[in-house]
Design a protein around this ligand. Structure first.
Ligand code: X5A
Ligand code: ZN
Length: 470
């Protein structure tokens, strides 16, 4: 068997047709000439297109490697007046230990973190706010506590400004490296988180909005036109939503615990019918869960039926994930039931977009084990490992209702959603499908680390061709 294609060009062998004069009957010379021209133009255009595609393909296929940013510095930000605060330094340590334990760390390329510049922070934040945060470096514990109380759910440490700038800068480094194809994708094991931080305020354990700043940075620095931001942290990333709600160049998708605004941050702006405004109408997609206990099937269904159709229509050039793991089973805040393995699948689902330019940045996640395992599952997917099997189940009625409501809201804006009925689910209409579970049963896990791609090719396949229409 031949294992290599014979040449770089697509080997289209065109057969010589028997030279006949059969086209003499009644066809005008003009028509023949027009056809000949058309064929030439077409094949020229085709050749150019093929050449361009080849170039893209080649330059992009050189982009290999998963970048991993981490630094001991990320453990310096902590709460001086509440040592048992859930957003604690152990979170990133636990992730790094899990990556180590699963031998994932040496398979990644270490990317050096750097602090973001003032100019970069101001891509999203107000000057006065950045100045105030900078000043906190020399404040006493008392002053820090007072400043923190001006915000909802925030603590500030004398090192917070530096560490938060480092979290932003780390993600910017990853953006540089995937946009120049030095890396294929990446993960930032950083803190503090960012998706609640807003123009002029800290919020929800977040000081600077890492993902929002990285989005603007990619657009300014690398001329990226369309960025998809996926936020699977269990809390709604209202900071990201506010930053881009009028902006059609950023598609923001958030799936979060909502419970009819009963869950923090208690905003009606987190609900499914909210879709952005002005030119950005349709580019904010909220999927609010109104019950706890959402499973793998609920998350996967949301991706398959809502996010992915829209994302593939949007055609992003970069995908940024606000990767909080407080949505994983065992998290005290999220109270969801998604397994760590689910996040390897969700990550994999995004890797088909943007030529694989997918960057994950840690957000929340307060069960150390769940956060570490889910992070490792994501890194494993970024590295190209096969996804471990999930025990099958069906989406819950509550999840389907949420998904359906969001699809209804976005039905007018996205033709790729118009294959499904936009109406709300009527009671008793949904068939609760159990058959699949019985049929599939438990699948045996495939051996991890089998990484070779087989290629079946035989030149004799070229001999099957259409003789009368090349
Ligand atoms: C990043 C994140 C949660 C804030 C909860 C405040 N923040 N009650 O998960
Ligand atoms: Zn969260």
């Amino acid at each position: 068997m031949d294992t290599k294609p014979s040449g770089a060009r697509p080997a289209r062998r065109s057969p010589r047709l028997p030279n006949s004069n059969s086209n003499a009957q009644g066809r005008s010379e003009e028509l023949k000439e027009a056809k000949r021209k058309g064929k030439m133009d077409r094949s020229k255009g085709e050749d150019e297109l093929v050449a361009q595609l080849k170039h893209l393909e080649v330059s992009r296929s050189l982009a290999s490697g998963t970048g991993l940013v981490h630094s001991e510095e990320f453990t310096r930000h902590n709460c001086l007046w509440d040592p048992s605060h859930p957003e604690c330094p152990d979170r990133v340590t636990a992730i790094m230990e899990e990556l180590e334990r699963r031998d994932l760390r040496p398979r990644c390329l270490a990317v050096e973190p750097r602090e973001a510049t003032e100019q970069e922070l101001r891509l999203v934040h107000k000057k006065d706010y950045v100045d105030l945060m900078r000043k906190t470096q020399t404040m006493s514990e008392k002053e820090l506590q007072t400043i923190s109380e001006n915000y909802d759910s925030v603590y500030i440490h004398p090192d917070s400004f530096r560490v938060a700038s480092l979290a932003v800068g780390s993600l910017l480094e990853l953006v540089d490296k995937v946009m120049t194809s030095e890396l294929r994708n990446g993960f930032s094991v950083s803190r503090p988180p960012g998706h609640h931080a807003q123009f002029d305020q800290a919020n929800g354990y977040c000081l600077f909005n890492n993902v929002a700043i990285a989005t603007r940075y990619a657009q300014r620095q690398h001329r990226v036109k369309r960025v998809l931001v996926v936020d699977w942290d269990v809390h709604h990333g209202q900071g990201i939503q506010y930053a881009f709600e009028e902006d059609p160049s950023v598609l923001y998708f958030s799936v979060h615990r909502y419970e009819k605004a009963g869950f923090w941050p208690h905003l009606e702006a987190s609900d499914g019918p909210v879709a952005g405004s002005g030119a950005g109408l349709g580019y904010t997609i909220n999927l609010p869960w109104n019950k706890t206990g959402m499973t793998d099937a609920d998350y996967i269904t949301a991706f398959q039926h809502l996010l992915l159709p829209v994302a593939y229509q949007f055609q992003p050039q970069l995908v940024l994930v606000a990767a909080g793991f407080d949505c994983v089973r065992g998290d005290p805040k999220g109270e969801m039931e998604a397994t760590p393995q689910c996040f390897s699948i969700l990550t994999r689902m995004l890797m088909g977009l943007a030529e694989g330019r997918v960057l994950l940045a840690l957000e929340g996640g307060y069960n150390l084990r769940s956060t570490a395992e889910a992070s490792a599952a994501c890194v494993s997917s970024l590295l190209g490992d096969p996804c471990p099997p999930l025990s099958s189940s069906s989406p819950s009625l509550s999840a389907l209702t949420s998904i359906s409501e969001t699809i209804s809201a976005h039905y007018p804006y996205w033709s790729r959603l118009q294959v499904l009925e936009g109406g709300p689910l009527a009671d008793d209409v949904v068939i609760r499908h159990k058959a699949n579970e019985e049929q599939v049963g438990e699948t045996s896990p495939s051996p991890l680390g089998v990484m070779t791609t087989g290629l079946a090719y035989d030149e004799r396949m070229m001999e099957h061709l259409n003789l009368w229409d090349r």
